[in-house]
Design a protein around this ligand. Structure first.
Ligand code: SF4
Ligand code: SF4
Length: 179
């Protein structure tokens, strides 16, 4: 069984927002409900400053506090390590939202369900890749099996020394970033 993860190379992200637009369309999301958010980071002191963008979405944590704190079992982890939400069990208490350190959750105004990125798992099970990967103009995203030592993602994480966001939190995110 694969254990899915993603690499996002911020040096390749051109801030075109194609990933977010494609994600919104695939998931039928209105503009104000976004699974992918962008955070601008500045480094250095004037005049030697640089700026880069960090696309952030659900990190599909190995130790997900959103799952641990969900009182109904609506938030759960699949065998592939993907964190999903069972709409029928979600009571919109927002415990998952407040316990997510990456602010990855959004409330659907239409259904009240607290949703988030699902790594396009239905499509992935059919042999496709997540839509944010296939539409990335900068080729900044790699998706694959973290347990396969020969996979493109595992080799790229090692080669580019990619790291997860806030590893100190102990959530063990499965999205790795190159900065
Ligand atoms: S990033 Fe947030 S919503 Fe996603 S698995 Fe981790 S804690 Fe849960
Ligand atoms: S599609 Fe790729 S290049 Fe464009 S904003 Fe998203 S991550 Fe960045």
């Amino acid at each position: 069984m694969a254990r899915y993860g993603m690499l996002i190379d911020t040096t390749k992200c051109i801030e075109c927002f194609s990933c977010r637009v494609a994600c919104q369309m695939q998931n039928g999301l209105p503009p104000e409900e976004s699974f992918i958010k962008f955070y601008g980071q500045e480094e250095g002191t004037y005049p030697h400053v640089s700026y880069y963008t960090v696309p952030v979405q659900c990190q599909h944590c190995e130790n997900p506090p959103c799952v641990a704190n969900c009182p109904t079992g609506a938030s759960y982890q699949t065998e592939e390590g993907v964190v999903l939400v069972n709409e029928e069990k979600c009571i919109s208490c927002k415990y998952c939202m407040v316990s997510c350190p990456y602010q990855a959750r959004v409330v659907s105004e239409k259904t009240g369900v607290v949703e988030k990125c699902r790594f396009c798992i239905e499509e992935v099970r059919q042999g496709k890749e997540p839509i944010c990967v296939t539409t990335c103009v900068g080729n900044a995203r790699i998706f694959g099996d973290l347990d396969d030592p020969n996979s493109e993602i595992v080799r790229a994480i090692a080669k580019k020394k990619a790291k997860p966001l806030r590893p100190d939190l102990g959530t063990k995110p499965k999205i790795f970033y190159v900065r």
